[in-house]
Design a protein around this ligand. Structure first.
Ligand code: SF4
Ligand code: SF4
Length: 319
């Protein structure tokens, strides 16, 4: 098994930037970790999720769908010049991305999303244990103290591994992890999902939670499995531009219809929708809970009603 140092990886990602649009987790001076380009900050390979949702590399917050000029065919945005190489995604973010891939591939395949996603390479990161990310990434980094063991999962991952520096060495035996907080969170999400599917949560509960919400939408903007977007047309003197941007189910106008009728007009209904969607509606539609327990909404919410906190409250009160 090949073992590499952080320094060797930093050099490799800088070198390969001519070929790929490389994004690595970097630490900014204020301590925030983001996916940036090599050299924008020290490489920060940790399983802890970066602050923003990684899916924004393929589904940005705002993008042009097409531009149209009178008498001409609509013009699609140019294709990306280089394929993305995204480094350091942990198990939760890779799981989230697998869901987003399935979402944008269902029904009419989303050309804008796959213009960036097709051909992109993913390098995952596991903090401990054996390789566990096959099927989710091309190459997996396994932390071994200050160094990383490389476990390729695809031909493209194998080709990357062969180009990286490092030495061949026997792998350090993996330590068996004790049950973690993450296991406990997943049990809470599972129980909360069961309660929702069984109709055990009264409407009054959503009113209590909604009273604490200031509708800032932070929870949905950071969520790696949120996929809602809105479409806008803007007319300029010489062209019309159609764009799309992230939407949020916490906005009053999220579900408002052209007639003025709004099925989610009350804040309690929008709050219920935020939680019910991930823990119940998606279980029915996709066969899985679509909260990957990354904790971003917990950090983002200024009033303490991130999804995990609400699920915990549900279980304590009704479970
Ligand atoms: S913890 Fe919050 S931000 Fe993370 S996947 Fe679940 S709902 Fe989304
Ligand atoms: S982050 Fe918290 S306060 Fe803001 S919209 Fe989401 S639940 Fe409401």
């Amino acid at each position: 098994m090949k073992i590499v140092t952080l320094r060797a990886l930093e050099d490799f990602f800088t070198e390969i930037s001519d070929e790929y649009d490389v994004r690595v987790p970097v630490r900014l001076p204020d301590g925030t970790r983001l996916l940036g380009r090599p050299g924008e900050g020290p490489l920060s390979l940790e399983e802890t999720p970066v602050a923003r949702r990684p899916s924004e590399l393929f589904f940005p917050q705002h993008e042009t769908v097409f531009t149209a000029r009178e008498g001409e065919d609509p013009e699609a945005p140019p294709s990306p010049a280089k394929a993305l190489l995204v480094v350091g995604l942990g198990p939760a973010d890779l799981d989230a991305l697998a869901f987003v891939d399935a979402f944008f591939a269902s029904g009419i395949r989303d050309d804008l999303y796959f213009a960036r996603r097709d051909g992109a390479l993913l390098i995952g990161l596991s903090e401990s244990g054996e390789a566990q990310l096959a099927g989710l990434c091309d190459l997996e980094f396994l932390r071994r103290g200050e160094r990383f063991a490389l476990a390729p999962h695809t031909e493209a991952g194998k080709a990357l591994e062969e180009r990286m520096g490092g030495i061949e060495a026997a792998d350090v035996s993996a330590t068996q992890e004790a049950a973690t907080d993450e296991d406990e969170v997943r049990q809470i999400l599972q129980r909360a999902s069961e309660l929702l599917l069984a109709g055990k949560i009264p409407d009054t509960f959503w009113g209590e939670i909604a009273d604490r919400c200031i509708a800032c939408t932070g929870c949905t903007l950071v969520c790696p499995t949120c996929t809602c977007f809105d479409v806008q047309d803007r007319r300029y003197p010489e062209r019309l531009e159609r764009s799309r941007q992230w939407d949020s189910c916490q906005y009053d106008a999220f579900a408002r219809e052209a007639s003025g009728h709004n099925p989610l007009g009350a804040e309690a209904a929008r709050t219920r929708r935020r939680i019910h969607h991930k823990l119940a509606a998606d279980v029915r539609r996709w066969g899985r809970i679509t909260c990957v327990a990354c904790g971003r909404c917990e950090n983002a919410c200024p009033t303490g009603i991130g999804l995990i906190s609400v699920a915990r409250e549900m279980v304590e009160k009704f479970g």
